[in-house]
Design a binder for this molecule. Structure first.
Ligand code: ADP
Length: 160
């Protein structure tokens, strides 16, 4: 079985992420979305909330699983019996960082490959950070994140 892992912070999931998940699910038998727990960086949403929101918006894709992981991605991959990392590439700006990460992960475990999927043009400017900034100032985030989580974002920001 071909298992892919799509890692990220997903704070919160955007339509750009969901696009990669939908397309990635067609390439792998099973796609595991891995929400990276970063103890040094407090995000807007708790990890369990991020996982729940991804599950909610990806429930129409049967071969997608959503899990949290802490520590090295390579260790999570081993635990899940996966050998392929899926990454989305937005622009040239993503390239340098992703290039470095891919080489480092391959150095840590030469069995692991990273594959990149180009963003769909319409989402190339989208990031979780940009969504949070727009929402913080009351801007419209329709079309940027799945409709089902718009309310969650505004509620969370109001409580901050
Ligand atoms: P963000 O930069 O939005 O905070 P993450 O760190 O959660 O996102 O990103 C997880 C993965 O999703 C990374 O591989 C990132 O390059 C990819 N990604 C993020 N936004 C998009 C997008 N709009 N289109 C394609 N890939 C994306």
């Amino acid at each position: 079985m071909r298992i892919g892992v799509y890692p990220g912070s997903f704070d919160p999931i955007t339509k750009g992420h969901l696009d990669i998940i939908e397309r990635g699910a067609k390439v792998f038998d099973k796609l595991i979305v891995g929400v990276l727990v970063n103890v040094e960086k407090k995000g807007l949403f708790d990890y369990s909330e991020r996982v729940e929101m991804i599950k909610r918006v990806a429930k129409h894709i049967p071969n997608v699983e959503v899990k949290c992981f802490e520590g090295l991605l390579i260790d999570f991959m081993k635990h899940e019996n996966a050998r392929v990392i899926l990454k989305g590439l937005r622009a040239v700006a993503d390239f340098e960082y992703e290039f470095q990460m891919a080489l480092m992960n391959n150095k840590l475990d030469p069995e692991v490959e990273t594959v990149f999927m180009m963003t769909s043009g319409k989402y190339s400017y989208l990031s979780s950070t940009a969504v949070k900034q727009v929402a913080k100032f009351g801007g419209c985030i329709e079309g940027l994140v799945p409709d089902e989580i718009i309310k969650d974002i505004f509620l969370k920001i109001k409580r901050e």
